[in-house]
Design a protein around this ligand. Structure first.
Ligand code: ADP
Ligand code: GLC
Length: 491
């Protein structure tokens, strides 16, 4: 049993913008179920404060240079016994909207200060200097927003072991040198071997340089980020730290994403009762104002409308689909140029393309349940959760062969079909031609109902539970703690 401080910038059901929230809600809970003493720490955004159960203010911290005090509010993750610590400082976190962006979609101007504050509060808790009478054995940080923590803890001794998980290397938390100075961090951190990255301050380097162990969310992405194509300029550093870098694939919360019990979908079903899935398709076609048709293959998409997700490829491929019996149901939000282009495509092809701009948890479940196939043409994808949900919901994933998509979907090649291993359709180039060919290949399979049923049934039987991955994190925690202990004993 270990004491684990898990620090993140979002966690379901308190606050969510993407997959990090799914992981940060589910992994700490899995670790807790395995007998660990876990505290989940994140900023006290208004949404999170509202949902936290049994909230009590347990500490008041004074952070040098910060007017007033920071409160730590302890409570429970809704309907669980998992302890949560919210870092409450109204000027930083008490605002409407997204944890990272203002209402216009621009990053908050004080993001560096906000997440440095989270890190300073975490440092106090990690060193048992917050008055909680609790010191973690290991501190698990996630993405750039929490990456200063390993840097701040680095010179402490004794100190907890640190583990940093990369959920997305493309988001690095880069700020000008003046910001570094304004944050009053130790001068020794301003160096290319620390936080400096080509003249800028890089938050993520705090995790990549100083954490005792680094993980990312699939084995394939762990290898990819050591290459110039996917390394975002950090491939050299990651290769240097390759001996402590590994990939642990995300699980899915099987209680939330289960077609047999999902309360958000029109009709529950299982691999034995697949015929009920068509009720969900019917419902989804109506929701998107598409003609109700069994013959059309309905393809879903849910996600952030940004370049990473290959939205431009989806937009380009639409024009080539209009002479095929294929419909698209698309939900997402992100960059205005992509939102507008897709909305225009839907206006042009109302019988084939439905687009809903926004964030809608229930509709995301309904798309997974009601679609025949699911599109993920991501240019890179550290893990990806929607293809895992698709597999579970008997919805054939069509994916680009990158990151976690490559690790989790087995292409319907003749060989894989013969061995009953195929679970989806994989394509190998991020081009509209390759995507179109993949969609056409999926459509051919769709016209062979027995083969289709075989493939989706294989997908539905895959296991992506959190317990196995949580156990792998526990092994890494142990290795990092042992390494710390031996260093500290030698000094
Ligand atoms: P990323 O974290 O890169 O956005 P993931 O596939 O890991 O990608 O996770 C995205 C998560 O966010 C999934 O749970 C997905 O269903 C959800 N999601 C993304 N966009 C929306 C949306 N517009 N409405 C509802 N859920 C969404
Ligand atoms: C990131 C990645 C996504 C991953 C998620 C959770 O947002 O883009 O691929 O599934 O984090 O780890």
């Amino acid at each position: 049993m270990s004491k684990i401080l898990f620090i993140t910038s979002e966690a379901i059901p308190l606050i969510k913008t993407g997959g990090l929230a799914d992981v940060s809600g589910a992994l700490p809970l899995a670790l807790h179920r395995l007998g660990n003493d876990v505290r989940l720490m994140l900023p006290a955004y208004p949404q999170a404060k509202k949902k936290l159960q049994q909230p009590t203010t347990v500490a008041q911290l004074y952070i040098p240079g910060l007017p007033g005090s920071v409160q730590l509010i302890q409570g429970k993750l809704p309907n669980t016994e998992l302890s949560v610590l919210l870092v409450d400082y109204a000027p930083a976190f008490e605002r409407d909207g997204n944890p990272y962006l203002d209402a216009q979609g621009n990053p908050w101007k004080d993001n560096a200060e906000r997440f440095a504050l989270l890190a300073r509060a975490a440092q106090r808790v990690a060193m048992n200097e917050a008055g909680l009478n609790w010191q973690p054995d290991v501190v698990h940080c996630n993405d750039w927003q929490t990456a200063l923590v390993p840097a701040l803890l680095h010179n402490e001794s004794p100190r907890p072991a640190t583990l940093f998980t990369i959920h997305n290397l493309a988001y690095q938390g880069l700020f000008p040198e003046e910001t570094f100075r304004a944050l009053a961090l130790s001068d020794t951190l301003w160096s290319p071997t620390a936080l400096e990255f080509y003249g800028q301050m890089s938050f993520i380097k705090g995790g990549l340089v100083f954490a005792d162990r680094i993980t990312t969310v699939s084995s394939n992405y762990a290898a990819e980020i050591q290459t110039p194509e996917f390394g975002c300029g950090l491939q050299g550093l990651l290769r240097y730290r390759a001996n402590v870098l590994s990939g642990i694939v995300n699980g899915i919360d099987q209680n939330v994403w289960d077609p047999q019990t999902d309360p958000l979908i029109a009709h529950n079903y299982s691999v034995e009762q697949l015929h009920y899935k068509s009720d969900n398709k019917n419902h989804l076609q109506k929701h998107f104002k598409l003609p109700v048709s069994v013959d059309h293959m309905l393809i879903g998409f849910v996600g952030r409308m940004v370049e990473q997700k290959g939205i431009d490829l989806i937009h380009k491929v639409i024009e080539h689909l209009t002479d095929l019996p294929i419909q698209l149901a698309i939900l997402g939000s992100g960059e205005t140029r992509f939102e507008t282009a897709l909305q225009q495509a839907a206006e042009k092809h109302p019988k084939q393309v439905g687009v809903i701009i926004g964030y809608d948890e229930a509709l995301a479940h309904q798309i997974e349940a009601g679609s025949d196939a699911f599109l993920m043409p991501s240019r890179f994808e550290p893990c990806g959760l929607n293809q895992l949900y698709s597999l579970r919901y008997g919805t054939l994933p069509i994916v680009h062969n990158v990151g976690g998509l490559a690790d989790s979907v087995t292409d319907a090649t003749p060989g894989n079909i013969n061995q009953k291993r195929a679970t989806g359709v994989v394509f190998y180039e991020p081009t509209e031609q390759a995507l179109l060919a993949a969609i056409k290949r999926a459509y051919e399979i769709y016209n062979n109902p027995q083969l289709w049923t075989d493939i989706i049934s294989t997908g539905m039987r895959q296991q992506f539970n959190w317990e196995a991955s949580a156990k792998r994190y526990m092994e890494l925690y142990q290795a990092a703690m042992d390494a710390r202990r031996s260093i500290e004993q030698n000094f």
